[in-house]
Design a binder for this molecule. Structure first.
Ligand code: AMP
Ligand code: FE
Ligand code: FE
Ligand code: ZN
Length: 276
């Protein structure tokens, strides 16, 4: 039984539409897929909507990945078994979308100011660019137009802190992200803590209400996985795993089902979500 609890769709910066992702998951032999778009559950709503054929027997775990911050670090908080229709979720999506659109406008203006030929419309025209538009949508335009060699080139040179396209965006703290997820019936889990120096803050995150850790992720070394699993076991935290599939085979997003979640981890997560 193979379970991938971390994927993105065209509701955020993934390249596959929700139903196409389900078909791909089924073809890859997955039994369970978690849909965890950045700052939106719109992809979950679409995946679960009535009508159209869905792959038989494929379970969809409704999720979200909230962009937040801890200290100076960017922090992603996964939320599992959230109600994608919860009023608090819809309000959060609207608020974040407004801020993302504002940030995008400023990024594009700054890039134009250094002579790059890029427009807001081009960014919105990218897959998912009209949902939760983010830096990946800008990056894809820049790569296509030859301003950069790859997505990581854009993030490292153009959208980085000292790059011309850097625009900080206000983000919720860990406590607020965790509280929102719980208000929507979900379980908050720290995403890929080996990235962005988030692992230095684990104690603080646990104190802020996060209930689990993403142990298995394509960017985690075997040593990191071991360390996070031990950390979680010692504190009775939940554990998860997933590929962070974005649909485009790039280095930092895994292949669908390439990193999985152990069945007993999912069952513990399910029990926790049902127990509230
Ligand atoms: P945003 O939603 O605008 O904050 O963008 C964050 C997303 O950009 C991450 O979740 C990744 O999907 C993507 N990303 C971040 N760093 C890189 C990188 N170095 N190369 C490619 N994609 C990246
Ligand atoms: Fe992403
Ligand atoms: Fe992430
Ligand atoms: Zn992700």
């Amino acid at each position: 039984m193979r379970i991938d609890l971390h994927t993105h769709t065209t509701a955020s910066d993934g390249l596959l539409a929700p139903r196409a992702l389900l078909d791909r998951a089924f073809a890859a032999g997955l039994a369970v897929i978690g849909i965890t778009d950045h700052d939106t559950a719109a992809g979950v709503r679409e995946a679960l909507a009535a009508g159209g054929a869905r792959p038989p027997g494929l379970e969809v775990v409704p999720g979200i990945e909230i962009s937040s911050s801890v200290g100076d670090s960017e922090l992603h908080v996964l939320g599992y078994f959230v109600d994608p229709h919860a009023p608090a979720m819809r309000a959060f999506e609207e608020e974040r979308r407004g801020l993302r659109i504002e940030r995008l406008r400023r990024i594009v203006r700054q890039l134009q100011a250094v002579g790059m030929d890029v427009t807001e419309d081009e960014v919105y025209a990218q897959p998912g660019g009209d949902g939760a538009p983010g830096r990946p949508h800008v990056a894809r335009v820049l790569v296509r137009k030859g301003y950069a060699a790859s997505m990581s080139d854009v993030f490292g040179r153009i959208l980085s802190k000292d790059g011309p396209g850097h625009v900080p965006v206000e983000k919720p703290c860990a406590r607020d992200a965790a509280a929102l997820i719980e208000r929507c019936g979900g379980v908050p889990v720290v995403a890929h803590p080996a990235l962005d120096g988030v692992d230095r803050h684990l104690d603080e995150l646990v104190a802020s209400g996060v209930r689990g850790i993403e142990v298995d992720h394509p960017d985690h070394t075997p040593e990191a996985r071991e360390r996070f699993a031990t950390y979680a076991e010692e504190r009775g935290l939940l554990m998860t795993g997933g590929s962070d599939f974005h649909g485009d085979g790039r280095k930092d997003g895994g292949t669908l089902g390439g990193t999985t979640c152990r069945p007993e981890w999912l069952e513990a997560l399910r029990r926790r979500a049902a127990g509230r």
